[in-house]
Write a protein that binds this ligand. Structure first.
Ligand SMILES: [Zn+2]
Length: 466
């Protein structure tokens, strides 16, 4: 038996994760992500897929983030018909995220047409909401730690990865004629001390390892985000205005709700109302209730007083009118809204309304990519462009660092130490080159492991004649 891998993305960048395994005649795609960020990468979403999607037999997903799943509607549109496996929680999240992604694609195409900046007369979206819905019938759920076998050539198993709800490490067992070989994809690994998600499972053995390296060059500094958040909220309260928290709908919003509830319970911040103003965040929060086995909060859901997602101070605002009504709130309130980097969504009208007001505060709690409005605000810009106007920044802007859903360099090394022997090959994926090189060096220094840094579209033969 022969096994090969080709890197169709996730090499040299943190987006567009997609790894094509060829196991004899079978073609298995692990993750099917969208390229995001810089234009050089984004154009790849529009290029022809490196092999015909109809030739791919199945897709296995590590988790629901768009950079791991967002290309699926295009893959299906271009002829993929096989099963798409993920954990049950991943599949529920994917439905929410793909519909949102499709909506953004449609809006972007409409905007490009209106502004006339596309070279096409009628710019088309990469995919539509209808295309996204065509993915759903192909989704196949699998439980953690339960072996799945669609073909006799290999089985695969999901293990908890932390990171986000439902995220998995994937172990493939290739059944050769003479030998069995194990291939492990780390997926995106979470933190060891996440308050909500369980730490990533350690696996004892891999012949071949695909290791994520997002923070391969970073050690996170902040050890107590709850305290930092408490301080920022107290300061906002002292100023007499509203505390506005831009947060991603998946993961970060729920983490904020958890910390804010604890702070209120301990009396460290005042007992003021907390508004969640994001329909997507509301849908995602409901999934935590449905998938109690994926996180540590389940015992807290049993008692009303302890439930961080349901208590007297917490209000979910679903409708557009309700969202707008929050603009009349002048003080003593916390508003959480998306998107986390202030690039779109309802947070926009809140910022437009709050930024010119000295009493109000904006607290950023996630990474702010270069070029985003969020980044400009934490860099201290005195005005930002919104709705075609320059909006003066008078509100107090703060940024809580170190809140990440990714293992840092120390945690990656920690996780790798769970293996009782060195894999034959370790590929460093899902990282910018700087991060991959730093992690490669660290693995050599600490564990005497040699790791390979694959390039985009590079192929490797993993086994021959097993
Ligand atoms: Zn991820």
């Amino acid at each position: 038996m022969k096994v090969k891998v080709k890197f169709l993305g996730g090499a040299g960048t943190v987006t567009g994760s997609r790894y094509l395994l060829e196991i004899n005649h079978l073609k298995v795609l692990v993750d099917c992500g969208l390229f995001q960020g810089l234009k050089d990468y984004r154009v790849r979403n529009w290029e022809a897929f490196p092999i015909s999607p109809s030739e791919i037999d199945m897709v296995i997903l590590t988790h629901a983030h768009i950079d791991h799943s967002g290309y699926l509607p295009k893959l299906v549109k271009e002829g993929f018909k096989g099963p798409i496996y993920g954990t049950e929680a991943t599949l529920e999240l994917i439905k929410i995220l793909l519909l949102d992604s499709a909506k953004l694609q449609e809006e972007e195409a409409a905007y490009a047409q209106k502004k006339g900046y596309s070279k096409h007369e009628k710019p088309l979206p990469l995919y539509t909401i209808e295309d996204a819905e065509r993915v759903f019938p192909l989704l196949k759920g699998a439980d953690f730690e339960e072996e799945q076998s669609e073909y006799p050539e290999f089985n695969f198993t999901f293990y908890n990865a932390g990171h986000i709800l439902g995220a998995a490490i994937v172990k493939l067992k290739v059944n050769g004629a003479q030998q069995v070989k194990k291939i492990v994809f780390s997926g995106d690994l979470g933190r060891y001390h996440d308050p909500i998600l369980n730490p990533p499972a350690r696996l004892p053995f891999a012949d071949i390892l695909f290791l994520e390296s997002t923070y391969g060059d970073r050690v996170s500094k902040i050890k107590n985000p709850e305290e930092e958040l408490g301080r920022a909220i107290r300061e906002a309260y002292r100023r007499g205005g509203v505390a506005l928290i831009p947060a991603f709908a998946v993961g970060r919003t729920q983490m904020m709700l958890y910390y804010l509830h604890r702070l209120q319970q301990k009396g460290k911040i005042p007992d003021i109302p907390i508004y969640v103003d994001s329909p997507m965040a509301i849908d995602v929060t409901k999934l935590y209730k449905a998938f109690g086995e994926c996180h540590r909060l389940q015992p807290l859901f049993e008692e009303d007083q302890c439930n961080p997602f349901q208590h007297k101070n917490l209000h979910y605002y679903q409708s557009q009118e309700a969202s707008i009504s929050l603009n009349a709130v002048r003080g003593d309130a916390i508003i959480i809204s998306a998107s986390g980097m202030a690039t779109g969504g309802r947070i926009m009208h809140h910022l437009y309304n709050r930024l010119p007001n000295e009493q109000d505060s904006v607290i950023f709690v996630g990474y702010q990519a270069e070029g985003t409005r969020g980044r400009k605000l934490i860099d201290g810009d005195t005005s930002v462009r919104m709705y075609g106007l320059d909006v003066p920044v008078k509100a107090n802007i703060s940024y809580i660092e170190g809140l990440s859903a990714h293992a840092d360099q120390e945690e990656l090394i920690d996780w790798v130490e769970g293996f009782t022997s060195k894999p034959k090959v370790t590929f460093l994926v899902h990282g910018e080159d700087e991060a991959r090189i730093a992690l490669q060096r660290k693995l050599k220094e600490e564990l005497d492991w040699d790791a390979t840094i694959p390039e985009y579209l590079e192929s490797f033969e993993l086994f021959d004649g097993i």
